[in-house]
Design a protein around this ligand. Structure first.
Ligand code: GLN
Length: 464
């Protein structure tokens, strides 16, 4: 019999009992070391509904009524939202219990939770390493067995990359399928909420709950999608492509080896896997790091101590603005606001922002062309495995690690991380990207692969 740490949504539905207490107990035992949570909802209770008794964690940039939401920033240290994000409302209405709010890089800008103003989340496989980011708290909480599942947000890879580092499932849906209402905006044209889980089926179940049109988010689409539709399908006759450039991009040996094995594994199933040219891939990082900061400079202007956030009272309005922002926003957030403000300025707009928008279109066109011939595009999720805390000092090195995850955000397509083996005892993740709105097929294909490659846990489960 499985203990709580291995529990999935599917399993809990079968058992029909509550695991809210088990989750709180496990968090209280583990989190002092793991630091996955910024806020634990110690008063969490069961709610009525189909998923009653299923504990779930929510990234701390998604607002929860009456439960502190910090975005891992000092500027929102005391912010108690007066409303629930649409996804949170939907979770609660279906009976899920929000067990707490997970750590992230400040305002989701980063790749290791090292930019959280509060704490660095540890990787459950090796506590001296990062859990990835920016949804590192959510991924660590799921991999360690503190919770059954979690929500994250993904602007350039923040669901998939921490899922890869921690060896769990992370799914970024097609842009527009999940409401962003109540997700504190980072880069609105790229942001999307999605699940981090122990099985692909759980991710699909959660998608059925959290997705759907929302009049509070004009970018949501009115389209009925059944995410669990292809879970038991045979995918041996699909066509798969991978960019030959995958091996050029500073990829770690162990990751390259697992990727080659992944291709062989698929071929062993009778699937046709082609190596294709994707020269545009190398421009995706530069494109993203122009577009995302530009949106940041606009989205984060509201945190000024007047409209939102902690105010540092000074003499005069300008001084008050300056102090409130410089004292309460961290260096990475300030860096992005400054880059974004610069690239949007009249003298540089054409050279940077407008050009980046054009390159975004070229990358999207290239991906769409590939999908004329292929059902899925595969890459490793991250070129490297979880790195040591404090090891990376240069922000550019951080940025370059996002190379494989960024294209899916630029093109708005669905993409998933699934664990596939280890390198130096650390999990390696593979990414599957699919056509826009082919989310059920991406999940179906991932589920088909998962049958031979289930999630492995970093802990030894005590049997109950
Ligand atoms: N690592 C990327 C960044 O720093 C992506 C973050 C995200 O997806 N939220 O912007």
């Amino acid at each position: 019999m499985k203990g709580f740490k291995e529990m999935t949504i599917t399993e809990i539905l079968k058992r029909g009992k509550s695991y809210v207490k088990d989750s709180l107990e496990t968090i209280n035992k583990l989190d002092e070391k793991l630091k996955a949570f910024i806020t634990v909802n110690n008063k969490a209770k069961e709610l009525p509904g189909k998923f009653s008794g299923v504990p779930i964690a929510v990234k701390d940039n998604i607002v929860t009524k009456g439960l502190r939401t910090t975005c891992a920033s000092k500027i929102l240290k005391e912010y108690i939202p007066p409303y629930d994000a649409t996804v949170v409302k939907k979770l609660k209405q279906s009976g899920f219990t929000i067990i707490g709010k997970t750590n992230l890089d400040e305002f989701a800008m980063g790749t290791g939770t090292e930019y959280s103003a509060y704490q660095i989340t540890r990787n459950p496989w090796d506590l001296s390493r990062v859990a990835g980011g920016s949804s590192g708290g959510s991924a660590a909480a799921v991999a360690s067995g503190e919770v059954v599942a979690a929500l994250g947000s993904d602007t350039g890879g923040s669901i998939r990359q921490p899922a890869a580092f921690c060896g769990v499932i992370g799914f970024k849906p097609t842009y527009g399928l999940v409401s962003r209402y109540g997700l504190v905006a980072f880069a609105s044209s790229l942001d999307q909420i999605g699940p981090i889980t122990k099985t692909v089926k759980d991710a699909a179940i959660l998608m059925n709950v959290i997705s759907g049109f929302d009049s509070n988010d004009s970018t949501t689409v009115d389209r009925k999608v059944e995410f669990t539709k292809y879970l038991d399908e045979d995918f041996s006759n699909v066509k798969v492509a991978f960019p030959k450039e995958v091996f050029d991009e500073g990829i770690e040996d162990g990751v390259a080896e697992r990727f080659n094995e992944f291709v062989k594994f698929l071929e062993g199933k009778g699937i046709k896997v082609d190596k294709v040219d994707f020269p545009e891939l190398k421009y995706s990082v530069a494109t993203y790091y122009i577009i995302a900061p530009a949106e940041v400079s606009s989205n984060l202007s509201r945190f000024d101590g007047m409209r939102y956030g902690k105010r540092n009272e000074e003499e005069g309005l300008l001084e008050t603005y300056l102090k409130s922002r410089t004292n309460n926003l961290g260096p990475e957030v300030i860096r992005r606001i400054m880059i974004g403000t610069f690239t949007l300025s009249a003298a540089y707009y054409d050279a940077y922002f407008e050009k980046a928008q054009k390159v975004r279109r070229l990358i999207t066109n290239k991906i769409e062309n590939l999908f004329d011939k292929y059902d899925f595009i595969i890459t490793p999720t991250s070129p490297i495995t979880a790195f040591k805390i404090g090891e990376i000092k240069d922000p550019l090195v951080y940025y370059l690690m996002d190379i494989f995850t960024i294209p899916a955000n630029l093109a708005g397509i669905p993409a998933i991380n699934i664990p596939f083996g280890f390198s130096n005892n650390l999990p390696v993740g593979m990414q599957i990207m699919g056509r826009k709105f082919d989310d059920p097929k991406v999940l179906g294909f991932a589920n088909y692969i998962e049958k031979d490659n289930p999630v492995v846990f970093p802990f030894k489960e005590e049997k109950k």
